[in-house]
Design a protein. Structure first.
Length: 158
């Protein structure tokens, strides 16, 4: 059997005293909570106010919609720019043109002088990259199909 330690506290003088707790008395079995230390400020990522955050979001939205519009314009213009090139070279020239236009949009984004935290610096590149690629390819294919649909001799004629 297990052995228990004997109580070393003094007995209460009255049996009813042990049932009444004093309001001022703190329970001794609850440990004190640790005092929180102030969070150190990272010099690379200073705290951002709501005004700065809304300004950053406004500029990122502007960058997003600029790239969407640029993808539609560049995809349509690629149909006319590379109309003289035939075969596989047309495809690779258009993809190269898409990449060059995207790098130009990165330079424009850097010129917008967005105050981004150090951890968000890659947003200049990754903002709307998927939308840009898919809208460029979509508008390039659709515009090419619409322009050259009458000159195709095989297939379904409308």
């Amino acid at each position: 059997m297990a052995k228990f330690k004997k109580k070393t506290s003094e007995p209460t003088p009255d049996t009813n005293d042990s049932k009444i707790e004093s309001i001022d008395e703190k329970p001794s079995d609850i440990p004190e909570t640790e005092k929180s230390e102030p969070i150190p400020v990272d010099p690379k990522n200073p705290p951002v106010s709501t005004a700065e955050k809304s300004e950053k979001n406004r500029k990122l939205n502007k960058l997003y919609w600029m790239r969407v519009a640029l993808a539609i314009i560049a995809g349509t213009s690629a149909t006319f720019i590379f109309a003289d090139i035939e075969g596989e070279e047309r495809r690779w020239a258009s993809i190269g043109y898409m990449i060059i236009i995207f790098f130009a949009s990165i330079m424009v984004a850097k010129g917008m002088k967005m105050q981004l935290p150090h951890s968000d610096r890659k947003k200049l590149v990754t903002q709307a990259i998927g939308s840009y690629v898919f809208l460029y390819l979509f508008t390039w294919i659709v515009s090419h199909t619409l322009i050259h649909s009458g000159s195709i001799t095989n297939g379904i004629n409308l």
